[in-house]
Design a protein around this ligand. Structure first.
Ligand SMILES: [Zn+2]
Length: 272
């Protein structure tokens, strides 16, 4: 019993001894830390001295800044080496189809004599739309590409002065929207288009583009199933992405996602 008791006492004394060593060690560390801080406090006025600061700043400028500047210059150089796309139109409003859908087939008929007035109306054929509409048309193209097809556009934004010229040639509201009323084309929201296959061959749609007769109407069902299916593919795809058809022209769709005014702007023609 007494042996056991003295063993316990020895154990406790050992614990106490080790405990004290730990406490002394902690105190020693705290003292050292305070000492360093006190020493650092004494150094602060030296660093606050303007002359010392300036010398330091000079040193930093001389050693580190040039490297940073060099880095920036390198970045600038590599940026300027990458040619930025140049736009000759107001990209806050418009987009050229080929800047967004580079694989779209563009056959602007009013830039040729192959149209219902038989006269060239545009100086050159470019397809512009309000950018909101063109982003949606890009989704149409993505979807059709997935099926092995693509879009072919015949007319997009049509400047009001051209609408006037069309009206002067054909002053008949059944064929040409009066310029004072303004067509969706004059707002940059309408597109006339068809679908092409993987070889860029137009799918059969039952009538030529700009054919004014009942065979061009959506509610004319005298066509064969292939034609009706092709039209349905165009119509359902366009409608899915926010475009609306008109009853009498299978090729005409207008985007209703935004409102737009009528524009007079005529696009630039790149030098031939
Ligand atoms: Zn149209």
């Amino acid at each position: 019993m007494s042996n056991q008791f003295s063993n316990e006492i020895v154990k406790m004394l050992k614990l106490l001894f080790y405990g004290m060593i730990v406490v002394v060690a902690i105190l020693a560390l705290m003292f050292l830390k305070n000492g360093v801080e006190l020493y650092a406090k004494d150094l602060v006025p030296i660093f606050n001295n303007t002359a010392t600061k300036d010398t330091l700043a000079n040193k930093i400028t001389k050693t580190e800044t040039p490297e940073i500047e060099q880095d920036e210059q390198n970045k600038q150089l590599s940026k300027s080496e990458t040619p930025l796309p140049q736009f000759d139109y107001d990209t806050s409003k418009w987009l050229d189809i080929l800047d967004v859908i580079p694989d779209a087939i563009v056959d602007i008929r009013y830039a040729t004599e192959n149209n219902f007035v038989g006269k060239q109306m545009y100086e050159c054929g470019r397809c512009f739309m309000r950018k909101e509409a063109l982003y949606q048309l890009a989704l149409v193209q993505d979807y059709l590409r997935g099926l092995g097809y693509g879009i072919k556009v015949f007319d997009c934004y049509r400047p009001r002065p051209i609408q006037q010229k069309l009206w002067d040639k054909v002053p008949n509201a059944s064929y040409v929207t009066p310029p004072w009323k303004g067509s969706e084309h004059n707002k940059g929201l309408a597109v006339d288009l068809s679908i092409v296959d993987a070889d860029n061959k137009e799918l059969e749609m039952g009538s030529a583009y700009d054919y004014f007769g009942k065979e061009a109407h959506h509610d004319y069902y005298g066509h064969n199933d292939t034609i009706l299916d092709n039209r349905t593919l165009l119509k359902t795809t366009m409608e899915t992405y926010g475009f609306h058809p008109i009853r009498t022209e299978w090729w005409h769709y207008s985007y209703r996602g935004i409102k737009s005014e009528i524009f007079d702007w005529v696009w630039e023609c790149p030098d031939q």
